[in-house]
Unconditional design. Sequence first.
Length: 122
Amino acid sequence: MKLKKALIRIESADVISERWVGYLKGKKSKSPKGYEVISVSNWEVLGRLLSPPRLQLLSAIPLIQATSIAALAKAMKKDFKNVYSDVRFLADLGLIELKEEGPRKNLVPVAKYEGIEFSLAA
């Protein structure tokens, strides 16, 4: 599977609302080719969503290729509870995938994107 890139845009709530109204009316997305767009309303929201520990996890997941969240926490020398919480949060945001593998159905964090870029909308 070829990984896409995520493009995170900082846009006003009005611009985001306009786009959603367009989607509901059947207008197609104008996302750049090869990108999946994620919009947030301001830098404060972005900072809460992508805190330094979460960014560290995003960069470590494709490098470590752990067989479970516990193995990822151990490889990063981080507390399991914090890693588990952040991994679940990133999966809920759609930035990573969690796949069940093995007889114990371990949740394996998998990178969904090869990179993340940020864009300031006018």
